[in-house]
Design a protein around this ligand. Structure first.
Ligand code: ADP
Length: 178
């Protein structure tokens, strides 16, 4: 199924400065993701959170919903833009004159996958460099999938996701019950 296209917001990519692209499925965004966004935005002039339109696992939320939750959560960060892309990350990144990919690293198991992806993304035509940020200890165990699992079993996830996500999750559960 083809997902709706999402138009980029606010920020016109500055051609002069370096752009940091933070890709992910964000299904849904968690405080762990937001911690990486905030820290990247405090170090670089322009951060683009790039939502993968069709992640390999079928997502709980549609692309427009994932983008909307991110926009609500990042609304106050002036140098952060939310966008979406389909296809290869290196093809997306190529639209910026100077860009770096940023990835968050939680536990050892993230490393293996992220390290090979980083090498691949450098090797592919138009390759881009990746920088890694270690997860903050308080979020090192938070993932979108664990948050969804805890929520589906009736657990409290308010500590791990922003209010916009909680609203969407509750609305979704409400609909499922009807
Ligand atoms: P998930 O692995 O939770 O499904 P994504 O595919 O959306 O998430 O992840 C996008 C990026 O964010 C990846 O680089 C991932 O390692 C990173 N990330 C996810 N959760 C956290 C967290 N709690 N702290 C730091 N980085 C994270």
């Amino acid at each position: 199924m083809r997902q709706a296209r999402v138009k980029p917001t606010r920020v016109t990519p500055s051609r002069a400065g370096i752009v940091v692209v933070y890709p992910g499925s964000f299904d849904p965004v968690t405080y762990g993701h937001l911690d990486i966004v905030q820290r990247a935005a405090s170090q670089f002039p322009h951060v683009v959170v790039a939502v993968v339109a069709n992640p390999s696992k079928s997502p709980m939320f549609t692309l427009p919903q994932r983008v909307e939750m991110l926009r609500e959560a990042c609304g106050s960060m002036r140098n952060v833009e939310i966008d979406a892309f389909e296809g290869l990350l290196v093809d997306y990144v190529r639209r910026f004159e100077r860009a770096l990919i940023v990835k968050g690293l939680r536990i050892v198991s993230d490393f293996e996958h992220e390290f090979s992806m980083a090498l691949l993304n450098r090797k592919l035509k138009g390759g881009a460099e990746t920088i890694f940020m270690p997860a903050s200890p308080q979020y090192a165990y938070v993932s979108s999938s664990s948050v969804k699992e805890v929520f589906s079993l009736g657990g409290d996830i308010a500590e791990f996701v922003p209010p916009s996500v909680l609203r969407h999750m509750r609305a979704r559960r409400g609909k499922a019950k009807r």
